[in-house]
Design a protein around this ligand. Structure first.
Ligand SMILES: [Ca+2]
Ligand SMILES: [Ca+2]
Ligand SMILES: [Ca+2]
Length: 277
């Protein structure tokens, strides 16, 4: 697939993880919560992303009533971060609130919704003429299965009008259950008014299939509130992700370390005895 490339440095934890896995396996323990070796694949094409990922959920922001904007004054519509938690298994938390809008003032010259009429941007909302940088450009996404924390194998979305990346790069990072960054999109770049897709999928390298490892996504869209003349304004639409699955019960870390240490001591003991013999 030409549109894909494997992320570099995505498998940096492999030797340690595999080492622990082997030791636990040797002791007859099933390390269910310890991740298999994986790579992170990057996709710039939605169809290829969905084909690789399989079943997907999508949040397109169309269920939010933004019709008040049509009455005249610009009036972005706030919504709750858990609006899609039970229906789609996702929370969307802007650094200063969550807002949907049909135009963010500059539609369609700079941005047009990928789906329907609504786009998304994180608050805080600032005045159109506030000095740069102003307003929100950070969104945290987390996944749920029936209301309990969950993991997804892939996440992607559209960045609309990311045309001044040198001013402020847009993109997102994916994090695992332990909080470590597993991969990122790098800088997402597009022409004026262009909607650019970016997606990441975690792949189990043993089976070459998607594996749910993403616990949290951190998105940066431009330099601040898009409806501000002085920002690199970037709006977002169509959050697409693999069906979240409940996170496994973690193996208690102290126990895992204790076993690992015991195994090492045991090996050292065997070696010494062999030397003496
Ligand atoms: Ca939409
Ligand atoms: Ca533009
Ligand atoms: Ca822009």
């Amino acid at each position: 697939m030409e549109e894909t490339r494997e992320m570099k440095n995505s498998n940096v934890n492999y030797p340690v993880t595999w080492g622990v896995f082997v030791f636990l396996f040797a002791f007859g323990i099933t390390p269910g919560a310890i991740s298999a070796p994986f790579t992170i694949e990057f996709y710039s094409n939605q169809a290829d992303f969905e084909s690789r990922l399989g079943a997907t959920n999508i949040v397109d922001f169309e269920s939010i009533d933004t019709s008040s904007e049509n009455s005249g004054a610009f009036d972005p519509t706030p919504f709750d971060s858990d609006l899609f938690k039970m229906s789609d298994g996702i929370t969307i938390t802007g650094e200063g609130g969550q807002f949907a809008s049909q135009n963010f003032i500059y539609s369609p010259s700079d941005w047009t919704a990928v789906s329907g009429v609504n786009m998304y941007a994180p608050g805080p909302v600032v005045d159109q003429f506030a000095p740069n940088p102003a307003g929100g450009n950070q969104t945290t996404v987390e996944f749920f299965d029936g209301g309990t924390p969950a993991l997804t194998a892939g996440f992607g979305l559209y960045f609309i009008d990311p045309d001044f990346p040198d001013f402020q790069a847009s993109g997102f990072s994916a994090f695992g259950m332990d909080g470590a960054e597993l991969g990122n999109t790098g800088t997402v770049v597009g022409q004026n008014a262009e909607a650019v897709f970016a997606g990441l999928i975690a792949i189990d390298t043993l089976t070459d299939t998607p594996i749910p490892l993403f616990s949290k996504i951190l998105i940066t869209n431009g330099s601040g509130w898009p409806a501000n003349d002085n920002n690199e304004g970037v709006t977002l639409d169509d959050f697409i992700f693999g069906t979240p699955v409940a996170a496994p019960n973690p193996v208690p870390v102290p126990a895992a370390i204790w076993l690992f240490g015991t195994a090492l001591i045991g090996l050292v003991g065997i070696r010494k005895r062999r030397k003496i013999a």
